[in-house]
Write a protein that binds this ligand. Sequence first.
Ligand SMILES: C[S@@+](CC[C@H](N)C(=O)[O-])C[C@H]1O[C@@H](n2cnc3c(N)ncnc32)[C@H](O)[C@@H]1O
Length: 288
Amino acid sequence: MNAQNSDNHERTIGAIYKRLKSVLSQSDARYVLSKRARISANELITQSDALIEDSIYSQIESDLEQVVSGKPLSRIYGEREFWGLNFKLSDATLDPRQDTETLIEAVLARFEDKTKPYKILDLGTGSGCILLSLLSELPNASGIGVDIAPEAVKTAQENAQNLGLENRSSFICGSWDAANRQEEAERFDILVSNPPYISNQVIPNLDENVQKYDPILALDGGDDGMDAYKTIFIQLPEILKKGGYGFFEIGFDQEDSMTRLSKESRFSLMGVHRDSSQLARVVEIFFE
Ligand SMILES: C[S@@+](CC[C@H](N)C(=O)[O-])C[C@H]1O[C@@H](n2cnc3c(N)ncnc32)[C@H](O)[C@@H]1O
């Protein structure tokens, strides 16, 4: 094989797919080829000897370098799939985690009548992934997402538009009490929140990529990681309707602190939902 042929051989779809699979999962390798070269899963098999254009080859090479240096694909492409929907990300948004889908499942299990016009509040909305996923499942519900980061609010609004949910969602830039401080403040049937809950003592020990690519505002929960929950719990009587439910994502070691906080409050603890690794992930409360 001469130099030209060997170079060409490296640029076939099959060879590039193989290289991608050496550093990424099979589905991520397929994702890169579909994003950069619009190659379908079927074409990976039927056109594996076809050559990839130089410019696309260079893009994929650059993606690979970034992946090897630890940058998540979601940050390279600025998007993440969550609850089967596509969410745009920005520097101000957390990269949504699959474990957070436990919160969506918990809400849908509680609110079985999908046709009711539930009002939902999402505190610390980030990309809007929690609120918008719920609205995609509850066709008559509407909701407000609140975030202190203006760029996150902008990204959540864009996601609402991209998903065709802009008529049932609105977003406010402000702190935990922003929705109940509005002039015509309403109360909500459902409160959902995945607030920052990592103790600031632990943040320096987090995985380097989390520290590098997730915004600190999305992580820092104060000395014991509980700051946001404590503030939100004080607001709850003004946020929830009587008969309303709250769903909070928690860290793997916060079950005891959160059940204590719930028991000390005026709310009934309905249960703790576990994620796919059987870790306590979501605390559910009820406002009697
Ligand atoms: C852990 S992230 C969750 C983002 C998104 N809900 C998700 O699950 O992927 C927490 C979010 O809370 C926002 N946040 C932090 N402090 C806040 C505050 N005081 N008031 C409102 N939002 C806040 C952050 O900007 C961040 O977007």
